[in-house]
Design a protein around this ligand. Sequence first.
Ligand SMILES: *Cc1c(COP(=O)(O)O)cnc(C)c1O
Length: 373
Amino acid sequence: MIASRLANFGTTIFTEMSALAEKTGAINLGQGFPDEDGPQAVLEAAQAAIRTGRNQYAPLPGVPALRHAIAEHQQRFYGIELDPASEVQVTMGATEAIAAAILGLCEPGEDVLAFDPYYDSYPAAAAMAGARFVPIPLQPPEFTFEDFVVPPKARVIIVNSPHNPTGRVFSREELQRIADLVIEHDLIAITDEVYEHLVFDGLEHIPLSTLPGMAERTLSISSIGKTFSVTGWKVGWATGPQPLVAAVRAAKQFLTFAGATPFQHASAAALRLDTAWYEAFSAKLQAKRDHLCDAFSHFTVARPQGTYFANVDVGTNAVEFARELPYKAGVVAIPTSVFSADPQRLAPYLRFAFCKRLPVIDEAARRLHALES
Ligand SMILES: *Cc1c(COP(=O)(O)O)cnc(C)c1O
């Protein structure tokens, strides 16, 4: 019954692995969501918004308080100046922003490029727009990319850094290589920056739009869920030059129009937390990364530079390994190859989410270490 453009996107491995976690009582490091709520002041702001009558449709662009908070956030962290009226669009999570961007910018038959492995909504969004999805391989073990050919019908390249699932944070040099191609081939860059604040080891997240010549051709996307541990709120945004934001708005208007009004108000409060809060949160996450990664002594870990995820080379077919892991070690993880159009290249990798309470991470680490020895 499913229309042919969507027929190939069946249910994901998450469904199977979460069921397995439930059945076996294993620790679920599969799907990337935190097991703790976000900051108390932010939760309180959502309750206050509901109590004080912020419960009806928001304006299409988003509530003014949030659009101003997004503009201030871009200024505070990156020195980017935005007009909150025409250069900021609030969406139902980054997922809607990505879909609306592709629907609003691409003609049927045009190409959407993205690094592979990739977040699973990218090819689906391309398919809904009638566009062709073109993967660009990231090569293990470092998950770097070679120079790639830009096909003649390319319209958009999606750049996700910090990158899910690999945990890579693209360097300025890598971003410059992307920018050079975007400018040479007159593409539009859509950035997925949902992990922008979850960067480790003193590294820096560099928005692609801040590179020379890129501001006018980059649509920047982020959301509240990962930074503030409220993945269920689904408040996101797209920012950039007015013509690109207008394309998102044109599609979003007829997808959801508006939504989550009280959470939009609370998201404004979240973005306005002081810089010290952001730094403390990523430091805490970095410690969790280290506790998990240090559990492995035989398997090789691609220690992530950012995000919620670490990838481990288990030296065998990770799909089979993942199916047995809940029984053998009481831990659930996801084979990295499910995020790829070329699963063979990533066959031995397993993705673990470490966005869980430290005692949970430590228990998983203990079990994984015991399995290895
Ligand atoms: C979680 C995630 C998203 C989805 O963000 P929402 O705001 O929950 O829609 C988008 N891109 C990447 C890479 C993600 O990991």
